[in-house]
Design a protein around this ligand. Structure first.
Ligand code: CP
Length: 326
């Protein structure tokens, strides 16, 4: 029984065994994950998932997400198996769902699912009833990326305003997400997450890469004019062109795209003094972001990567805890 007036603990707030998207999470649920991540970041050393088997079910390539889930799972004490890596029977026509059920029969209880199709993780969750974490489904959502983006942004801005990190509060913060937004699952999840914490998000890109209809669906502004939006932003997140999802057709001529939307040193110099530059990766240097900006003093790109471990530890701990609760 919580003490009257005391702040509810993350496990009192979180009762989901799956994380499939951020669109339906409450601000309290998002803060429950971020508070749990902060505890891991500060050096918690227990192993709450000892004895659990976690299956990486990645039917699409990944460096950051798969590696950080593996490191996070091992730090939690779990065993990790690769369920859909090169050489799996997916290449023989077995479905993602049948692959998950097969590996579940061997004892895996948690699935980290990346799929080319929207709803891949949802399908695995329905079929297995297991704890399932969406590691990216088509153009739809990438919720742990959105959470780690929130975490790293709060941490970066917290240097000047400690409350931003202590309470995961982005009230009044302005973020521009620029690039091939329409095909980006990261943009959707980051927008849901950051807005839930109080930020104002503006989507930016050419014509069909940042359509006003998407802004309306996500409850945020859109613009085609990066240079006007830049000066007001506390953070700018660049996105790569999603070539594998037809992004080249949406951005048109690459030279014109770079002229209007690339994060160049000249554009970075016009940002507010403490404003930061983000990118979920993988970066295409010389296309959406220049090397001196990706490696420059405003960049928190590697901090985003590092945040992936504690944030994914938090998500797995909370989802598995909820799945095991009586
Ligand atoms: N940000 C992201 O999802 O990167 P990976 O594709 O390398 O996992």
């Amino acid at each position: 029984m919580p003490i009257a007036g005391a702040k509810a603990s993350p496990t009192q707030i979180w009762n989901r065994s799956c994380l499939l998207g951020l669109g339906r999470l409450t601000p309290d649920e998002i803060r429950a994950v971020l508070r749990t991540a902060a505890a891991w970041d500060r050096g918690r050393e227990d192993h709450p998932l000892a004895g659990q088997v976690i299956c990486n079910l990645f039917a699409e390539d990944s460096t950051r997400t798969r590696t950080s889930f593996t490191i996070a799972a091992r730090q939690l004490g779990a065993d990790v198996v690769e369920g859909a890596s090169q050489g799996s029977s997916l290449s023989k026509g077995e479905s993602l769902v049948d692959t998950a059920r097969t590996i579940q029969a061997m004892g895996a209880g948690i699935f980290i699912v990346r799929s080319r199709q929207t709803g891949g993780a949802h399908a695995v969750a329905r079929a297995t009833g297991a704890a399932v974490i969406n590691a990216g489904d088509g153009c739809h959502e990438h919720p742990t990326q959105g959470l780690l983006d929130c975490y790293s942004l709060c941490k970066a801005l917290g240097a000047a305003h400690p409350r931003r990190f202590d309470e995961f509060d982005l009230a009044g913060v302005r973020i521009v997400i620029v690039g091939d937004v329409a095909r980006s699952r990261v943009a959707r999840s980051a927008t849901w997450g950051m807005q839930a914490l109080g930020a104002r998000v503006t989507l930016c890109g050419p014509g069909s890469a940042a359509p006003p209809s998407l802004g309306r669906a996500l409850g945020c502004d859109t613009t085609h004019d990066l240079d006007s939006a830049l000066g007001e932003a506390d953070a700018v997140m660049a996105l790569r062109i999603q070539k594998e999802r037809g992004g080249m057709g949406a951005v048109g001529c690459l030279r014109e795209y770079r002229a209007l939307y690339a994060l160049t040193a000249e554009r970075a110099a016009r940002m507010k003094p403490r404003a930061v530059i983000m990118h979920p990766g993988p970066t295409n240097r010389g296309v959406e972001i220049d090397p001196e900006v990706a490696d420059g003093p405003r960049s928190i790109i590697l901090d985003q990567v590092a945040a992936g471990v504690p944030v994914r530890m938090a998500v797995m701990e909370l989802c598995v805890g909820a799945s095991l609760a009586p």
